[in-house]
Write a protein that binds this ligand. Structure first.
Ligand code: UD1
Length: 375
């Protein structure tokens, strides 16, 4: 009987490669574990490899060590994508999974989806259908291509359904399930509140803001980055700004002028290492303002009710503006400064905040229900 059950277990490979992937796969992994007929296998491509960008997230999310680690590391887009495909193919040959689940929009997402689909393996894309309509972003290309070749398109909002239908995706492939990143957030909030990070940074009882920057369009060009950091410096003379620095941005910082943090006056920009998931959530929940070019943080601040200024000209997540706390401010330093100072003085002008539909902690459950019925 045991052997019989073993044989019937359907293998599902979940791929994570970069920092924002891990909180999206965790809820689905844990939900799959509840069903004896599924065997989830975690493959980590190694696109992100520093502990702060990877291992700390597995630890904080309670995920086991990946079953397979491809160790691809950093390289140009072409080399990284090709290397992931080359190393992932033997995993698929060996495991013969029933389904591959990919998340988000990073190079690992498209590389693994393409490898699987060419071998006749079904692909599910979690967070399908988001569009910035800006094809100069590598992520937009990754989203478009992954969605075209996926068999299950799991969406976080109805905007995404519309985008997919417009691109000719068959309606029966599209499943509006909600947001697995928010599943992780809701599940870990209580634990995050126990983090010591605020005390370690001397922020207990202190009003502060958070900055994150890593988009190539914002950080690769020194002039653009200097203009942004100039605006943040001026903001930071009103409120200290905590800046956990992404490795891509770290490489540039030494060449910039900005207002460094002054411990005594609690003003300026406080540069710190990238934070683990729980420490970051703990800070995010207490921030007076968040300035970011990340996608996921626009969603997390929406759920936490924290004002978020997105330093980009577009977003693939317009629901966070319509229903949440997000505002697009672009990269014009004057606009960034004005909008931030207004929020710091008066708080966010509250429209009625809504929690977007199905951002309720149960998206992972809905995904697995779809798989139980259709796989
Ligand atoms: C990648 C994703 C982006 C996502 C971001 C989250 C793509 C095209 N980009 O961008 O969508 O929002 O992750 O962080 O997939 N590096 C390290 N240690 C690491 C990882 C990277 O030092 O663990 C350095 C390397 O020098 C590398 C640079 O950071 O060249 C950028 O890393 P890369 O994975 O190429 O892109 P991200 O900017 O992180």
């Amino acid at each position: 009987m045991k052997n019989f059950l073993k044989k019937r277990r359907k293998k599902i490979i979940l791929v994570g490669g970069a920092r924002p992937n891990f909180m999206k796969i965790a809820p689905v992994y844990f939900e799959l574990l509840k069903y004896k007929n599924f065997k989830p296998i975690i493959v980590h491509t190694g696109q992100h490899y520093d502990s702060q960008m990877s291992a700390f997230f597995f630890r904080d999310l309670g995920l086991p060590k990946p079953d397979v680690y491809l160790g691809v590391g950093s390289a140009s887009h072409a080399v990284q994508t090709a290397c992931i495909m080359e190393r992932f193919e033997p995993v698929l040959i060996n495991e013969k999974p029933e389904l591959l689940l990919v998340v988000g929009d990073v190079n690992s997402t498209v590389a693994c989806a393409l490898t699987a689909v060419k071998m006749g393996i079904k692909v599910g894309h979690i967070e399908a259908g988001l569009r910035s309509f800006d094809r100069s972003m590598p992520e937009e290309i990754n989203r478009l291509l992954t969605d075209q070749i996926s068999d299950f398109l799991f969406t976080t909002c109805l905007d995404a359904n519309k985008n997919l239908l417009r691109e000719g995706i068959a309606p029966e492939k599209i499943f509006f399930v909600g947001n697995t990143m928010i599943d992780s957030l809701l599940r870990h909030l209580a634990l995050a509140r126990k983090s010591e990070i605020k005390a370690q940074l001397g922020l207990i009882g202190v009003k502060f803001g958070i900055l994150t920057l890593h988009r190539p369009s914002n950080v690769d060009d020194l002039n653009t980055l200097q203009r942004i950091m100039g605006a943040i410096s001026r903001i930071s003379s009103s409120i200290p700004i905590i800046f956990p620095v992404h490795p891509r941005t770290q490489k540039q910082l030494g060449q910039l002028n900005f207002l460094y943090y002054n411990e005594k006056h609690k003003k300026g920009i406080r540069i710190i290492e990238p934070l683990g998931y729980l420490d970051f959530l703990s800070l995010l929940e207490r921030a007076s303002i968040v300035l970011t070019d990340s996608g996921g943080i626009q969603e997390e601040t929406t759920i936490l009710g924290i004002p978020c200024l997105t330093l980009r000209d577009n977003t693939e997540r317009p629901i966070t503006i319509r229903e949440g706390t997000n505002r697009l401010v672009g990269t014009d330093p004057k606009r960034i400064e004005e909008e931030a100072l207004r929020i710091i003085k008066k708080g966010l002008k509250r429209k009625r905040l809504k929690r977007p539909k199905y951002w309720d902690g149960r998206a992972g459950e809905r995904i697995v229900k779809v798989l139980l019925k259709n796989l």
